[in-house]
Design a protein around this ligand. Structure first.
Ligand SMILES: Nc1ncnc2c1ncn2[C@@H]1O[C@H](COP(=O)(O)OP(=O)(O)OP(=O)(O)O)[C@@H](O)[C@H]1O
Length: 354
């Protein structure tokens, strides 16, 4: 069975909190399943309150389970009848605010979890991890003397130094500038991959999730709707909620044709194998901003009703003849005015429908 090889395996997890009036229970997580393989970086992605942090706390051993089981390296660490104490789990944590000890310098922060070693070994190991995050020259610096990105790398080095089974990261970029986030997410991914460390991250930011994770689980109401590679989440969303949540898209009406194709207002698209929809049926077809291309020579016209400059491209909102509005990403040297009509073609090779 696949999960036998998983480093972290969560089966049928349910966690409840007492509600404010003390009577009913808030179900924070329900029937959640997840397998994280050795060396894999996973991410739970969902909006505020969907239960992401509760899952992390349960993995750490801070939440009792209502039902289900959590295994680390095939060892049962949590079930409704037992919770292995947090200190006895081999888990590293990186928090939203980095949670560095302000009165300890970078080296001392990283040494903190290495109390089982001699003082000389501690320094050697901690210096080694500081060098792995490219901060050897900041060993003596205190947290307030480091930038946000540097503090985050110290925090990562501190979590990695005791060589835990898995590192959990709780919104690790949310206190940083938006421009920094994506770069640091890539940087963190490189460090984790170079050191073969498995990690589970939670975030509400899709760009962050896609930049860092091998597998992303889209969560809502305490459930994972789909656990997949970012590419598959984007191109093969399993539910309408996932399709709406990931990437910017619009659903337009389509009609199923005889030869396994679907006709929409601006063209025809093949239906994916496995869709057995009766001919003539009306379906909703997902059209993303990168599915529509601008082509000055195309006879098919759409009116620009809004536009946002994004540097390399414009995100145009285009009104089709029927009045339906779709989005289109267009290289920014094609600078058209609102109200202008522009030529478009459909660049979609398969239908996403539900
Ligand atoms: N200690 C608690 N007591 C009662 N309800 C709680 C408690 N902690 C969390 N909840 C509720 O459980 C649900 C899940 O909360 P959780 O913190 O796991 O969500 P989250 O996805 O991490 O949200 P955020 O991104 O805002 O941190 C929410 O409805 C929340 O209100």
């Amino acid at each position: 069975m696949k999960s036998e090889h998983a480093l972290l395996s969560i089966k049928g997890l349910e966690i409840t909190y007492p509600s404010q009036d003390g009577n009913d229970k808030v179900i924070a997580v329900k029937n959640l399943n997840l397998d994280l393989m050795a060396g894999e970086i996973g991410c739970l992605l969902g909006s505020s309150g969907c239960g992401k942090s509760t899952v992390l706390r349960a993995i750490c051993g801070f939440e009792p389970l209502k039902s289900g089981e959590i295994y680390l390296r095939n060892k049962l660490v949590s079930s409704p009848s037992m919770t292995l104490p947090p200190g006895e789990r081999r888990i590293g944590m990186v928090f939203q605010d980095f949670a560095l000890f302000p009165h300890l310098n970078a080296l001392e922060n990283v040494s903190f979890g290495l109390q089982h070693l001699s003082s000389q070994q501690r320094t050697t190991v901690a210096m080694d991890w500081l060098s792995k995050v490219s901060l050897s020259d900041k060993a003596k610096a205190y947290p307030h003397e480091l930038s946000g990105g540097q503090q985050q790398r110290v925090s990562l080095a501190r979590a990695m130094a005791p060589e835990p089974d898995v590192i959990l990261l709780d919104e690790p970029f949310s206190s940083l500038d938006i421009e920094l986030r994506e770069r640091l997410a890539f940087e963190m991914r490189d460090i984790l991959k170079a050191n073969h460390i498995s990690a589970l991250l939670v975030t509400h930011d899709q760009t962050e999730a896609f930049a860092i994770a091998d597998k992303v689980g889209v969560m809502t109401n305490g459930k994972i709707l789909q656990w997949d590679a970012p590419y598959d989440l984007y191109h093969k969303p399993a539910t309408r909620y996932v399709a709406d949540f990931i990437g910017r898209g619009v659903f337009v009406k389509g009609t199923v044709l005889a030869d396994n194709r679907v006709k929409i207002e601006i063209g025809e698209i093949p239906l994916d194998q496995g869709h057995n929809i009766e001919i003539g049926k009306e379906i909703d077809v997902l059209i993303r901003a990168d599915d529509i291309q601008h082509d000055d020579h195309s006879p098919m016209q759409a009116e620009v009703v809004a536009k946002t400059f994004r540097g390399a491209d414009f995100l145009y909102t285009l009104k089709l003849q029927s009045g339906v509005e779709v989005l289109a990403l267009v290289p920014s040297h094609h600078n058209h005015e609102v109200g202008e009509k522009i030529g478009i073609t459909l660049a979609l090779d398969h239908v996403v429908t539900f």
